[in-house]
Design a protein around this ligand. Structure first.
Ligand code: 1HE
Length: 252
């Protein structure tokens, strides 16, 4: 139900359950956790995408049995572990979205570092209408993308954001024509893979902690990160290349 493939230094992770609209059952969540905990050392970036007409219909509702409170807590925490393995793993992850990106599908997408949306993409949090609450990290990650008020509205009213509006409010960073998402993500993955490792590490692991901190602590973490990054041989040679006229200018 989850297929992986390595192309150059990019790990391709495909949700492959199109007859159930890539609904995420426990086996898929566990598979994602394992895949992102064991990214091979040669890989520099990963891409998550979905087979069929939709990225993901979210939690597999057929598995939502009668759970008591403790089982429900454990289930939600299993999603947190898997999606944390994506957000705080070894390499940046790009999600390619199309069709439904709803409920747990949006939770998965929001754990990735960049979202590329094809024009068929639509976003919703139907948990509000199903009488449940988000449990896969949306209450923490989605407001960081679109703000508290928009997420509250999505859940209170069942509001659906279409692809263009989704890109405008920050659910996706790139909007592309139908069928072009994977090519765009591969192009971005090559750019990401060419960065200095410390830069990618800092963006994945330090920047989120800075934004969750007080101004004082955040500023100190920024200074420490900047000092460590600029001291790396990789940074010194890149800066020298620019001064020698050998590096690309901004925008080239
Ligand atoms: C499913 C699921 C699912 C489809 N769990 N089986 N998510 C939702 O509330 C979204 C529910 N799904 C939908 O609204 C629609 O399926 C879609 C808009 C995504 C796609 O519509 P469509 O017309 O392409 O497909 P379909 O005919 O609705 O579904 C095809 C099959 O997939 C059908 O099964 P079949 O055996 O009758 O063929 C559907 O039952 C099945 N299917 N979605 C199980 N979600 C950590 S907490 C997260 C909490 C949540 O994510 S709640 C939100 C759940």
């Amino acid at each position: 139900m989850v297929e992986t493939n390595i192309q150059d230094d990019i790990l391709l992770v495909k949700l492959n359950r199109p007859n159930k609209r890539n609904a995420l059952n426990d086996a898929i969540i566990l598979a994602l956790e394992k895949i992102f905990a064991q990214v091979p050392a040669t890989v520099k970036c990963a891409i998550v995408y979905g087979e069929g007409q939709h990225f993901s219909a979210g939690l597999d509702l057929s598995e939502l049995q009668e759970r008591d409170a403790v089982q429900g807590l454990m289930h939600s925490r299993s999603w947190h572990r898997a999606l944390d393995a994506i957000q705080f793993g070894k390499v940046p992850v790009i999600a390619v979205l199309h069709g439904a990106c709803v409920g747990g599908g949006l939770e998965l997408a929001s754990a990735c570092h960049i979202r590329v949306a094809e024009s068929s993409t639509f976003y919703a949090l139907p948990e509000g209408q199903r009488g449940i609450f988000v449990g896969g990290g949306a209450s923490v990650r989605v407001p960081k993308l679109i703000g508290l008020a928009r997420m509250t509205d999505m859940m209170l009213t069942g509001r659906v954001y279409r692809a263009e509006e989704g890109e405008r409010v920050g659910l996706a960073q790139y909007l592309v024509a139908e069928g072009e998402g994977l090519a765009k993500a591969i192009e971005l993955a090559h750019k990401i893979g060419a960065n200095a490792p410390m830069t990618n590490y800092a963006l994945m692991h330090i920047l989120p902690k800075i934004t969750d901190s007080t101004q004082e602590v955040g500023m100190m973490m920024e200074s420490l990160t900047a000092a460590i990054a600029q001291n790396a041989p990789e940074a010194k040679s890149r800066l020298q290349d620019f001064l020698d006229g050998k590096a690309k200018k901004v925008g080239e």
